[in-house]
Design a protein around this ligand. Structure first.
Ligand SMILES: Cc1cc2nc3c(=O)[nH]c(=O)nc-3n(C[C@H](O)[C@H](O)[C@H](O)COP(=O)(O)O)c2cc1C
Length: 309
């Protein structure tokens, strides 16, 4: 048997990095850098792209990096390699290492196919219940990455959305909040940030606390009055848990995409510590709304030359 190992070429690894840059990130801050060193790729957190007002501990910063790590793992597996991932303390957050050639399994193929189609969708969703088996798939996706996903019951959902609206108001009063959101929105959003067209409308029913990516939303439209709300959590709350939560988030979002589900993170309640502790008995990392939505567009990304070390 020939056991010689031919590592993936630099070109293959760079294409995997390109896939990783499509990952979701807080305000599309894309806080990642990649060092390609065949057969490995290191993923480094870019501290210059933190949002200190809404994310003072860098928790969402590392969740974003974790989402890129997961996407990289899937892209490398899809390219035909076994993959080993070492999570490391920041700033070098992960080494994703290609091993012997291996055919991607069907789940990996499906997740990889979903990568270019996953977008944050900030529009109203249809008033159609998400089937129980789809929710079970999302929960299993989180579990596979060592995290937990709870589907809120109606009372829990109403409580979470109430907390989210309160947290949203509280955040807007924080010093320097307006400057920080301005940096990542509107005209400043060319290769990063949230462009105006992606911001979505505000909810005429005032149920959904849409993030104020635009200063004046124009016409308000009614959102679905009874959204499906999920809480992603971890047992502990260290930087490595945040990286794990980011990987779980992206596995959940890609699974949702391949099930035809749209998703919006609703992060205000996890950005206010006194609200965050009320969401679950574990460590809440993300709140996510899922449902059936119209097609959402692709938000901008920085060129590869800016993210390769
Ligand atoms: C940690 C984290 C928190 C986020 N919080 C919110 C949020 O509160 N509201 C929102 O509309 N989008 C939120 N998003 C989605 C990002 O704004 C989105 O991923 C980014 O703009 C890139 O767009 P895309 O997901 O369509 O690729 C969050 C994403 C991450 C990773």
């Amino acid at each position: 048997m020939d056991t010689s190992f031919v590592p993936p070429s630099r070109g293959v690894l760079i294409e995997c990095v390109r896939a990783a840059t499509t990952a979701p990130s807080l305000h599309n801050s894309q806080p990642w850098l990649f060092r390609v060193d065949p057969p490995a790729i290191e993923v480094v957190a870019d501290a210059a792209r933190r949002l200190p007002v809404i994310d003072p501990d860098g928790r969402e910063h590392l969740i974003s990096v974790g989402a890129a790590v997961f996407t990289l793992r899937i892209a490398l597996a899809r390219a035909g390699y076994s993959v080993r991932t070492e999570l490391l303390p920041p700033p070098v957050c992960a080494r994703v290492i290609a091993g012997f050639p291996r055919h991607a399994d069907a789940v990996t193929e499906a997740l990889a196919a979903a990568i270019p189609h996953r977008h944050t969708n900030r529009w109203p969703f249809a008033q159609v219940a998400v089937p129980a088996d789809a929710l079970a798939r999302l929960r299993a996706a989180a579990r596979q990455e060592g995290a937990f996903l709870n589907v809120a019951d109606p009372a829990g959902r109403d409580a979470i959305l109430g907390l989210a609206r309160a947290a949203d108001g509280w955040l807007r009063e924080r010093p320097h909040y307006a400057e920080e959101i301005a940096r990542w929105t509107g005209r400043n959003a060319r290769h990063d940030g949230v462009p105006e067209w992606a911001a979505g409308p505000w909810d005429a029913l005032e149920v959904m606390p849409v993030r104020d990516f635009v200063a004046s939303p124009g016409a308000r439209v009614p959102f679905e009055p009874h959204p499906t709300v999920l809480v992603l959590s971890t047992q502990e709350d260290t930087p490595l848990d945040w990286l794990r939560a980011g990987q779980a988030l992206q596995r959940v979002l890609l699974t949702a995409t391949l099930l035809g589900l749209a998703a919006t993170p609703i992060s205000q309640p996890v950005e206010v510590p006194s609200v965050r502790v009320q969401l679950t008995r574990r460590k809440a990392q993300m709140v996510i709304r899922v449902g059936y939505g119209r097609v959402a567009g692709r938000s901008p990304r920085r060129p590869l030359s800016e993210v390769l070390i």
